[in-house]
Design a binder for this molecule. Structure first.
Ligand SMILES: [Zn+2]
Length: 464
């Protein structure tokens, strides 16, 4: 893992040889994948101790802080010569599970085969952790220190089950140690083509979660005498049909408007953009369309506990995602929009009250979306870097349909500008997306090097 500049065969940005940086990122990622950190249970301690040793040796001040034994979070800082902003590179080291029988190669081998580094976490997101740490360590060993401010590397646990012991815990319990002004985390960066334009998504907002239950009521009876009962389950049939027919109309937020503008589209006309996108790539259209509004996905239904009893009560659970800025009133309006005549219920109903039209709505989760300004110095720096390293390509603000640990940082530090970005110029968004939480997760090693260079350049560009 030498970064000896005198023997480096390639140009050396900031005193860091590109080939050495690439090799260091590969070695870090291979090692990280070999630590099984499937969450639950996580068991991230050995991986975190490995990263702690690597960054300490490079000159970082490191600390392991955990809510529970065996699950420490790593905070590593490289202090500058004068006061200034804290730039934080955030990553989680836990992964979802992998079923080895579905994979072409062992999910915990960390091997490089045909130019790809394989394993669970190769995209989500040990790759980003490895690139961030390789960049930080190489810079530190080269003697670089921020002219002002500091570089903070945070490797956290427990993201895949919500971050309770990871980002949420560390920002709540150790705000002074985890506070940052600028944050780069997962959530964007793999390139996509739009009408001949090469684009890199920078995630600057995440949708919120407003899950709810639709309830119907009837009258119980013996199932052998159907006409004596009033079957609550059958009353769900029209509800399901309407959910199946369509999603609510578009509700754009500032960030989705900025996305359309960056694609060269009219922000007031998302339907045309989606139509064009669908002709080009139906998958890309399906990936981007949720940015433009509230979505409903009915996922579970439950009625009678017994096969021979006509249900007097039925429940349909709906996973609902809302753009940042939208809330319960907007969801109720969207329910009315989709269910039409069926869609009347008392606004703000907190309990399963059955409305005039025969069903009730009960919210079970209300988490608003989160965001950072799409226009900022950090966004400008990312856009410049993208254009320099993939000439003519654009950095494009995107809204993530799901959420990441960024929400905990935005909650804890409202002034923090947080983006999701891990640049990939060889493995496209379409190539990478199915591998996340899927079989055969792997990363093009050229992208790992590309990203490591990005994290090197942005640290130096931002902190001096
Ligand atoms: Zn992740």
């Amino acid at each position: 893992m030498s970064t000896d500049q005198t023997t480096a065969p390639l140009p050396a940005p900031h005193g860091v040889a590109a080939a050495d940086l690439a090799r260091e990122a590969e070695q870090l990622l291979s090692s990280l994948i070999r630590f099984n950190t499937v969450n639950p249970p996580g068991n991230e301690a050995p991986a975190q101790e490995y990263l702690h040793a690597h960054l300490s040796a490079a000159g970082f001040e490191c600390e392991l802080l955990g809510a529970e034994p065996g699950r420490p979070n790593l905070l590593a800082r490289l202090k500058g010569k004068a006061p200034g902003p804290t730039l934080c590179y955030l990553g989680h080291v836990d992964t979802v599970l992998a079923n080895a029988t579905e994979w072409q190669h062992d999910p915990w081998s960390g091997e490089i085969i045909d130019g790809y580094l394989w394993g669970r976490g190769a995209i989500d997101m040990k790759s980003q952790v490895a690139a961030e740490i390789a960049a930080g360590a190489a810079l530190a060993r080269s003697g670089w220190r921020p002219a002002s401010g500091e570089l903070l590397i945070a490797a956290v646990v427990d993201e895949e089950t919500g971050g309770e012991l990871g980002a949420q815990w560390i920002t709540r319990e150790h705000p002074d140690k985890s506070r940052c002004d600028l944050l780069i985390n997962e959530g964007g960066g793999a390139f996509f083509d739009y009408s001949g334009r090469r684009c890199y998504g920078v995630c600057c907002a995440e949708k919120g979660v407003f899950r709810f239950v639709v309830t119907t009521e009837g009258r119980a009876a013996h199932a052998s005498l159907p006409a004596l009962g009033d079957n609550a389950l059958l009353k769900m049939a029209p509800v399901l049909e309407r959910f199946a027919a369509r999603q609510p109309g578009y509700t754009l937020c500032d960030e989705s408007r900025a996305f359309l503008a960056a694609l060269g589209e009219d922000p007031a006309d998302p339907a045309s953009a989606i139509q064009r996108l669908r002709l080009q790539s139906p998958v890309l259209a399906s990936v981007f369309e949720p940015m433009f509004g509230i979505t409903f996905s009915p996922t579970r239904i439950r009625a009678s506990e017994k096969i021979n009893v006509i249900p007097s009560h039925a429940e349909l659970k709906v996973d609902c995602r809302v753009p940042p800025g939208s809330g319960e009133e907007d969801v109720l309006a969207a329910i009315a929009d989709v269910l039409g005549e069926l869609g009347t219920t008392a606004p703000g109903a907190g309990t399963a009250a059955v409305g005039d039209r025969g069903y009730g709505i009960e919210f079970t989760e209300r988490i608003a979306g989160n965001r950072s300004p799409a226009a900022s110095g950090l966004m400008a720096a990312i856009a410049t870097w993208v254009d320099e390293h993939d000439p003519g390509a654009h950095a494009v603000p995107v809204v993530l349909p799901g959420f990441t640990d960024s929400r905990h940082y935005r909650d804890a530090f409202p002034e923090c500008v947080a983006y999701g970005f891990f640049p990939q110029r060889h493995q496209s968004l379409l190539d990478a997306s199915p591998l996340i939480h899927g079989a055969d997760e792997r990363i093009d090693v050229r992208d790992l090097a590309f990203a490591a260079q990005f994290f090197c350049d942005i640290a130096v560009g931002t902190l001096g």
